[in-house]
Write a protein that binds this ligand. Structure first.
Ligand code: TYD
Length: 147
């Protein structure tokens, strides 16, 4: 599977964002999930980052991206991801380290309800670039309404 880099940010919807099942090798001694670039994930991974030590009750995210694809995985614990495309909202409660949520460009996201000790790992299609962020919900609505 592969996703071409494209300027889809105006037309993307929350229904294009899906849960991906990742490979899981289960043994008596525990489990392994490995993510092979462009095989188990539909974009080229250029960056990995993770959120941890998240205090109770905190909300993260609160932005959209112009070009970035992300796969968000609850490596430990659980949290909720609320997506909006300006017309529809979807909430995903994720809590299994072999399932991740694929978020495509042009989707507003908020992450909340982090369980104690949870770790959120994010695989991203590009290096960090503040210019790729849309941090104003008003600007996000303007961009989505122009298409
Ligand atoms: P941000 O993406 O807004 O965090 P979240 O969506 O998890 O709430 O990033 C928070 C801060 O960290 C912001 O100042 C940018 C910085 N940052 C980097 O420097 N590099 C990165 O790869 C990321 C994800 C954030």
């Amino acid at each position: 599977m592969s996703i071409e880099r494209s300027e889809i940010m105006g037309t993307s919807t929350v229904f294009d964002c899906t849960i991906l099942e990742l490979p899981k090798i289960s043994m008596d001694s525990g489990s392994i999930t490995s993510i092979n670039n462009k095989i188990d994930i539909p974009f080229n991974v250029e960056r990995v980052y993770y959120l941890y030590d998240v205090p109770a009750g905190v909300e993260r995210g609160g932005h959209a991206h112009r070009n970035l694809y992300q796969l968000i995985i609850p490596i430990a614990g659980s949290f909720d991801i609320v997506l909006s495309d300006s017309k529809h909202r979807r909430t995903f409660s994720i809590n299994r380290p072999n399932y991740g949520l694929l978020i495509i460009p042009g989707i507003w996201r908020e992450l909340n309800n982090f369980s104690s000790g949870s770790i959120c790992i994010v695989l991203a299609s590009a290096a960090y670039d503040e210019n790729d962020y849309i941090r104003s919900y008003e600007e996000f609505l303007n961009i989505k309404s122009k298409i």
